[in-house]
Ligand binder design. Structure first.
Ligand SMILES: O=C(O)CCC(=O)C(=O)O
Ligand SMILES: [Fe+2]
Length: 454
């Protein structure tokens, strides 16, 4: 083949202009097809200029200010949260929420601001980081790393407290794969395994812990991959009932970095409780049911009981079984893109969600991305329950807000064992959410349960 003719400067300029025009057209086309949900996400993702947080609802404002918004309704709780369960923390007469809030545009949303005392929050934060992250609960790290059964946090603690040294090879969690037999991960460049987000392929971390496993055999992995989760397109064809297809695990990558525990803990994006979740098919492993932490069953049942007379879509606490949960660990730059949690067979039971650490913007939309979402400022200790139609609404977390860590979660001079958690939380938010997977036992007495399939 003859060599291609060298192109002149003029030709190059014409080509560059054409490429520029093409890029503009593509951007314009994309802007036209953006949904209101996506528009809102982009507003809160923006770094320059920073987002206008004042548009978000802060349920902790004084009630007279909050209730100026005619869409918000205040409903008294029958008892203090501590009377529903002491796990919300001991509240005297002057503390603890007395009210839950509803929002006219989001039927079924129940919001209980400051449901946990600071001390109860610290207890749960410790459990989320140290206990719940242990096997048999799975984490995003398990795909690629041989995390010890005693848990990654214990290793981190050993190094942090000087029990083990960074010179000790045993503190470095090893990779599962030593060679990449096949391309790492599964799916395309837009698709990775850290989508904790159920049905949608909501959101993914692009760091080594999770998705990076797009192996590029001859290129070295970037030493510091961004921890920003990336977008993947939503699909509405998510199976919602168990099927018989085999659920293969994602392929481990030999490219993930070996890191000191203090860095590896920051790559932990999620862990699953109870029925373990198969992210690629966005269905539950109905045959992998890790013991559900007792205290979380108690807590979530207590929330369901507390909102029973509040929600226009009541669900009896007696019928509520905490069967699956996700702990989401967000670093400051992480985000969780819009999705619907639709993998559970029971969509009538409330989804109960607790927030700890930094505040975030939580976008709550409607049945499709066409509904403009409401931004809510979710703060440490807040309880959010999604009931009725809100249970199937689009939602996401486009932004963790820097500088919002409550002082009671920072280092505590009298409590040196809290230091390691304070250090972690200085750049993190934790969300713990709990779901019922199956129809309630009472209902299923009339209706047989679908048979587990995998
Ligand atoms: O982080 C949050 O508050 C939301 C998490 C969430 O939507 C989920 O885990 O499905
Ligand atoms: Fe969700």
């Amino acid at each position: 083949m003859p060599d291609p003719q060298p192109i002149s400067n003029r030709q190059r300029k014409i080509m560059e202009r054409q490429a520029e025009r093409n890029r503009e057209m593509t951007a314009a086309k994309r802007a036209q097809t953006r949904t209101p949900f996506r528009e809102a996400e982009l507003q809160f993702l923006s770094r320059h200029p920073p987002p206008d947080y004042s548009t978000a609802i802060d349920f902790r404002q004084p009630a007279d200010v909050l209730l100026k918004d005619p869409r918000i309704k205040q409903v008294p709780l029958q008892k203090r949260m501590s009377e529903f369960s002491e796990l919300f923390g001991a509240q005297d007469d002057h503390t603890g929420p007395e009210f839950a809030y509803l929002h006219e545009d989001h039927p079924g949303l129940i919001y209980i601001p400051a449901g946990f005392t600071p001390s109860a929050q610290r207890t749960l934060i410790k459990a989320c980081l140290k206990q719940y992250s242990r096997h048999p609960n799975k984490s995003n790290l398990d795909t690629h790393y041989l995390v010890p059964d005693s848990g990654l946090w214990d290793l981190h603690e050993n190094v942090y407290t000087g029990v083990q040294s960074l010179e000790d090879p045993a503190v470095y969690v090893q990779r599962k794969a030593t060679t990449d037999g096949q391309p790492g991960g599964y799916g395309s460049d837009d698709d990775d395994d850290d989508d904790h987000g159920d049905d949608t392929g909501g959101d993914k971390a692009t760091n080594a812990s999770a998705a990076p496993l797009k192996t590029r055999p001859k290129t070295k992995p970037k030493p510091t991959q961004s921890s920003v989760r990336t977008l993947v397109p939503i699909t509405d064809e998510t199976p919602t009932v168990p099927d018989n297809e085999s659920k293969n695990d994602p392929v481990p990558s030999a490219q993930v970095p070996i890191l000191p525990p203090a860095q590896l803990v920051r790559k932990m994006r999620w862990i699953t409780l109870g029925y373990q979740y198969h992210w690629p098919s966005k269905t539950y492993h109905f045959d992998q049911n890790a013991p559900f932490p007792k205290e979380l069953s108690v807590l979530s049942k207590a929330v369901v009981e507390a909102i029973d007379n509040v929600s226009p879509y009541p669900y009896s606490a007696e019928d509520f079984e905490a069967e699956a949960g996700v702990v989401n660990y967000y670093q400051l730059k992480d985000r969780l893109m819009g999705h619907v949690d639709r993998s559970e067979l029971n969509k009538d039971a409330p989804l109960v969600s607790f927030s700890f650490g930094h505040s975030c913007i939580y976008l709550l939309g409607g049945p499709t991305r066409e509904t403009p979402p409401t931004p809510i400022l979710l703060q440490s200790g807040d309880i959010l329950a999604m009931t009725g139609p809100c249970r199937s609404a689009f939602h996401g977390v486009p932004r963790i807000i820097e500088g919002t860590l409550p002082t009671y979660l920072a280092a505590r001079p009298d409590e040196p064992e809290w230091d390691i958690y304070a250090d972690y939380l200085a750049e993190a938010r934790i969300n713990l959410n709990i779901r019922q997977v199956y129809p309630s036992k009472h209902q299923s007495a009339q209706q047989p349960l679908p048979s587990p399939s995998s």
